[in-house]
Design a protein around this ligand. Structure first.
Ligand code: MG
Ligand code: MG
Length: 270
């Protein structure tokens, strides 16, 4: 452990996190392929749980502070932490699916937003800007830099693309032997602050962006976070680490190699 409760992983431990990350990445690919009008979020959850368990991993969300499912499925104005259930997806919906898995005690955590059928252009744009902001944030991380270098890059990208709300009530986080660890990784703010970025640190970067304001509310189920103004929201997330050779996105199937190359960042995977 470094100061502030930050867990530093050995290369061997990062390799196990990569195995967990691949289970998460493949599960989310399966979710993308399964999302369609007429499927319920409970059915998506069952598909995800089956895939995670048959991969030899454990769904980390199940039982996390009492959460009853293996994925979060957040539809339209739901930002994060939606509980899968009888809700049936319809054309024009935007569904954010968040997934976590544990392999041999080590965690992976990632999320995607998927359009159901044809959606209006502003929703396609919201989703694209959110995903790009996540990648810009990851690409801003360098050994010797600081956590809020990521935050600043996320915010800069969203602001440069138009008028969006950036959710501040929830943040990215450190990850390793627990899903949520210090440090927090906010999606806004000045660069050059917070914990130093060192080898063996692993972070989940997860911008939550809306077509309205940044403000959120909690539904009566005590889990589902919605936009306060009813506007649509998107959420993307990856878990990444920094090696002596560059950046390694542990929950991306290709380790992030292609996106990092496009952004001019050395790929640090093994
Ligand atoms: Mg997540
Ligand atoms: Mg997370």
């Amino acid at each position: 452990m470094l100061g502030r409760g930050i867990e530093i992983k050995s290369p061997d431990q990062i390799d196990v996190m990569r195995r967990a990350g691949l289970v998460v990445g493949r599960t989310l690919e399966l979710m993308r392929a399964s999302v369609r009008a007429g499927i319920s979020t409970a059915e998506l959850d069952a598909i995800a749980e089956d895939h995670i368990r048959s991969s030899g991993a454990v769904p980390s969300f199940q039982g996390y502070q009492g959460f009853p499912a293996s994925i979060c499925a957040s539809v339209n104005d739901e930002v994060v932490h939606g509980i899968p259930g009888s809700r049936v997806l319809a054309d024009g919906d935007l569904v954010s699916i968040d997934c976590g898995a544990i392999v041999d005690g080590w965690h992976g955590d990632a999320a995607v937003t998927v359009a159901v059928g044809a959606v209006p252009d502003d929703l396609t744009r919201l989703s694209r800007v959110t995903e790009e902001a996540m990648w810009r944030g990851i690409a801003a991380a360098r050994l010797g830099g600081r956590v809020t270098d990521i935050s600043h890059a996320v915010e800069q990208h969203v602001r440069s693309e138009g008028s969006f709300g950036i959710v501040e009530d929830y943040t990215g986080h450190g990850i390793g032997s627990q899903m949520h660890q210090p440090p927090d990784v906010p999606n806004y703010g000045r660069a050059g602050r917070g914990a130093k970025l060192v080898e063996g640190l692993a972070l989940a970067v997860e911008p939550m962006v809306t077509l309205g304001t940044k403000d959120t509310a909690l539904l009566d189920d005590d889990w589902t976070v919605v936009t306060a103004d009813g506007s649509r929201a998107a959420h993307f997330e990856h878990t990444f680490t920094l090696t002596d050779r560059g950046t390694w996105v542990l929950t991306a199937l290709d380790g992030g190699e292609e996106m990092l190359r496009q952004l001019g960042v050395p790929f640090g995977g093994r």
